[in-house]
Structure formats: structure tokens, C-alpha cells
Design a protein around this ligand. Sequence first.
Ligand SMILES: [Fe+2]
Length: 365
Amino acid sequence: MSDITRKIKKIAVQKKEASARYRKAKENLANSVTDIKRTGGVFDIQLLQKTVTDMFNFLTQNDSAFTYLTKDISSYEDYLYNRSVNTCAIGTAILNQYNQRLAEIVNNYLANLLSGTSGKESDSLPDSFINYLPEEILDMSTGFMLHDIGNVLIPAELLKKKGKLTNTEFAIVKTHSYEKGIEILEKNGINNPFILNPVRYHHCALFVGEPNCYPEEKLPTDLPAYVKICKLADIYDAMTSKRAYHEALNPIGVVKDIFLNYANKDSSLQFILHSFLKIVGTYPAGSILSLQNGQMCYVLISDGPVVLPLTDSHGAALTAKPEPIDLADERLVETTLRIDPQKPLKSPIEVYDSLPANLKEHILN
Ligand SMILES: [Fe+2]
């Protein structure tokens, strides 16, 4: 078996494992929603926390695990569950990155400071600073999973409405966060701020003057970092998910738009934005991208990315065995072997007919 085939098989195994976990998470969330509807608010929080713990463990073992989230939505209910699981997975990945990076910076600073006063080598000092503790991150992840739970108590016809909401309708929909969501958590005796805050504040402004944000009385400076991360993960997922009335957008274009919207607006946001970029600003291994010359390529390694061409520039499957291309190679800058940012990423199933025969089995399994 060639190295490339081995790599493709490994990606396929990771995808399978990720989709099994996400399916389970969606199932448990669906059960919670059914319970809330039946009882008027009560659900099994322990079961949901177990689900979040499973996802959390998986995400911390595998850096790119969150990129294998399901983006295809079959029904409105499916959309609600997917969005919650996706926001939880993406938000947790960003939160981990943010937390580790912040601890590294502070510990390096402390090590330099202390080695200056004690004369010891900086690497002999233990890492003493931890920003968020693992159990706190787990609670925040639960908050991410539940961020939109208040929607269960909002009339479905308003949430499904395709046209613009009237002012009265929008006023009702807004209550899903700071009123209905909190009502459900309180009914279940949940008063942990790491769970409550993402639910209550995930539509708050990230900078002074950001439009269409609520509740308005919460200032961006008073918003904890994990709530800001929840909001960014939620926006990113909403824009990259497919819905009946809008196509999924290219994730990298979405990252750029979000970054441009929030960069240089609030100094406390810059560090969070860098963590956001680091996590979602790459092309996920296992996805299909388009080059400017019209060729479609399979992403083998997201760093670069390193891709395997699948078609010629007219979209026909290649008959000769292709060689991988590292798109970060500077020699390619003047060529058309560059990513077309206008074309959305695809999954191998969507381009099945264009896959070369020798790769069909491995890429899809
Ligand atoms: Fe929301």
C-alpha cells in the first residue's frame, strides 16, 4: 500500500470515528429536547455532560477532529442538533488552543522573570500558571452545547420562518438566550456560571457598537473569553452549514470575513481571534477543494495544505496516478495551482463521479 493510500485510509478511519461520536451526541441532545418539551423544561443533564466529556476527550486527542463535523442538514430539528454539537466541538477546540497558548505565554514570562532573579535555568521551573482548569473547560463545553437550548421554548414557526422577522417576532426569538435558556437551566438546578454564561450572553456584542446584539446591557469588556469564543464558533458554524435557503460558504472565506469584522475592534478580542484563526483557518484533511485552474483536489494534510489532484481542469477524473502538491510551495505563486476561494469545500461523496477509480474505495470508506 502506498504512503498516500495509507494516509487516505487513516483520514477515513478518523472521519468514521468522529461521525460516530457526533451521531451519539446528536442523539443524546435530541433526547434532552424531547424531555424538555414533555416536561416543560426538565432533562437529564448528567447524560448530556457525559456526551460532552466523550467529545472533549476525542477533541483533545486529535487536533483536527472537529473538522469532521457534519454539515449536511436533513431537517430543521436536525439543523438545531447539528448546530449545537458543531458549536460545542468548534468552540471547545478554540478554547483549548486559547487556554494552552495563554498558559504558555504567562509561564514563559514567569520563567524568564524568575530565572533573572534566581539565576536558575528557565526550563527548570515548573509551569505554575493555568488559566482555565480542565473541569472548568468541560463545564464551558456543556454551556456551548446548550447555548441555544432556549429555542426549544420558542414557537417553531418563528425559527423556521424564511423571510425577515417582524420587530415583535424578533423580540420573541431574542428571548431564547437570556430568558428561555436560563429558565430551562434553572428548572434543572444548574447555576454554574460556565454553563449559564454562554447560554445567556452568546448574542452579546464583542465590541462597542456591534449591531443586532443582545442583551445590550452586557458590555464587551464584561464578557468572559469563553463566551466570546462561543459566539465566534456559533457564527462560524452558522455560515458554513448548509440550509434550505442558503448554500454553505467556503470556510476559509468565512474565517476571513469574521476576522475582518472583529480585528482591531477591541484589544481583548485579539488573542481570542488568533486562537480562532489557528483552529479554523485551515483546510481540513479529507475535504475537496478547487484550484483556480478548475482542478479538484483531495486535502491530504491541512498544513500547507498538501493536496492530491483528483480531476483535470475540466472536472474529468484523472487516469494517471497523481502526485501530491504542497500548495504552500512558493514556486506555485505565479501559477494557477492556487486555491479558488470562491468555490465551497466539498465532501468526497458530493464529487463521487469525479473521483479516480483507484481512490474511490479508499476516500469514501
Ligand atoms: Fe442563539
